[in-house]
Design a protein around this ligand. Structure first.
Ligand SMILES: NC(=O)c1ccc[n+]([C@@H]2O[C@H](COP(=O)([O-])OP(=O)(O)OC[C@H]3O[C@@H](n4cnc5c(N)ncnc54)[C@H](OP(=O)(O)O)[C@@H]3O)[C@@H](O)[C@H]2O)c1
Length: 242
């Protein structure tokens, strides 16, 4: 149970982040739902958290790629909820393209949101975790970060980087009672993968189907409660990256 815990979830307006916010709320956590622009959708997720599970839930608009904005947002979450116990770095984007034609901005935009965004959030939440002598960080990586993926060199680099970040932070902060783990989803049915479902893709997945956001959310909730697990990369991919 996560009653009395405060969870900050980035990218909580839709897809995997929305499912994680709801799953953590179902286990009793209060929810600070961060997204960049989808306020209306995030308000809907927070309303469901409050109405279904009786927890507190509020929306905070923030571009995670902007370090100053993240600093301010963490301060606003602290003012509203008192602290943060669980940080879920889920916000992510794709800008797919073949390497020979990929624009530099397509590479840096993806790195800035997916990897630097997680760094900013960890950096600004870690003071709260150190003060509390507890903390749990969950980074949403990807099977692409483990296997690579043609046409996604920017995205795979950001997710491989996130896995290195996860293990380093896990080692650094373990003596202070702070855990850091990653989830590596395969193909999950969300806006990000809309129209990608096809026979060759499904043939590469041993379990033969795409996953649902709730599959990833249950893995994140497990990591939120698994007191003896740190530095792990939990694949939720139907066997794709084994
Ligand atoms: N879907 C998959 O198959 C899959 C597989 C492996 C890993 N993942 C990872 O899982 C995470 C969630 O993916 P998804 O499929 O749920 O994506 P999605 O449906 O496209 O949702 C992305 C979320 O991230 C937020 N976001 C994007 N850029 C942001 C920024 N700069 N600052 C703050 N929030 C930002 C969006 O907020 P707005 O609503 O405000 O735009 C939205 O809430 C991502 O990290 C993705 O890489 C997904």
């Amino acid at each position: 149970m996560l009653k009395g815990k405060v969870a900050l979830v980035t990218g909580a307006s839709r897809g995997i982040g929305a499912a994680i916010a709801l799953e953590l709320a179902a286990r009793g956590a209060d929810i600070a739902a961060v997204c960049r622009s989808g306020r209306e959708a995030a308000e809907g997720v927070c309303a469901q958290c409050r109405e279904r599970y009786g927890v507190r839930a509020e929306v905070f608009l923030c571009d995670v790629a902007d370090g100053e904005a993240v600093k301010e947002t963490v301060a606003r979450v602290r003012a509203a909820f008192g602290t943060v116990h669980i940080l879920v770095n889920n916000a992510g984007i794709t800008r797919d393209g073949l390497i020979a034609r990929m624009k530099e901005a397509d590479f840096t935009d993806v790195l800035n949101t997916n990897l630097l965004g997680a760094f900013h959030m960890i950096r600004h939440c870690s003071g709260l975790f150190l003060r509390n002598r507890e903390g749990c960080i969950i980074n949403i990586a990807s099977a692409a970060g483990l296997m690579g993926n043609a046409g996604q060199s920017n995205y795979a680099a950001s997710k491989a980087g996130l896995i290195g970040l996860t293990k380093s932070v896990a080692r650094e902060l373990a003596p202070r009672g702070i855990r850091c783990n990653a989830v590596a989803p395969g193909f999950i049915r969300t806006d990000m993968t809309r129209d990608q479902e096809n026979a060759p893709l499904l043939a590469g997945i041993p379990l033969g189907s795409m996953g649902e956001p709730e599959d990833v959310a249950r893995a994140a909730a497990y990591l939120a409660e698994a007191d003896y697990v740190t530095g792990a990369v939990l694949r939720v991919d139907g066997g794709l990256a084994m």
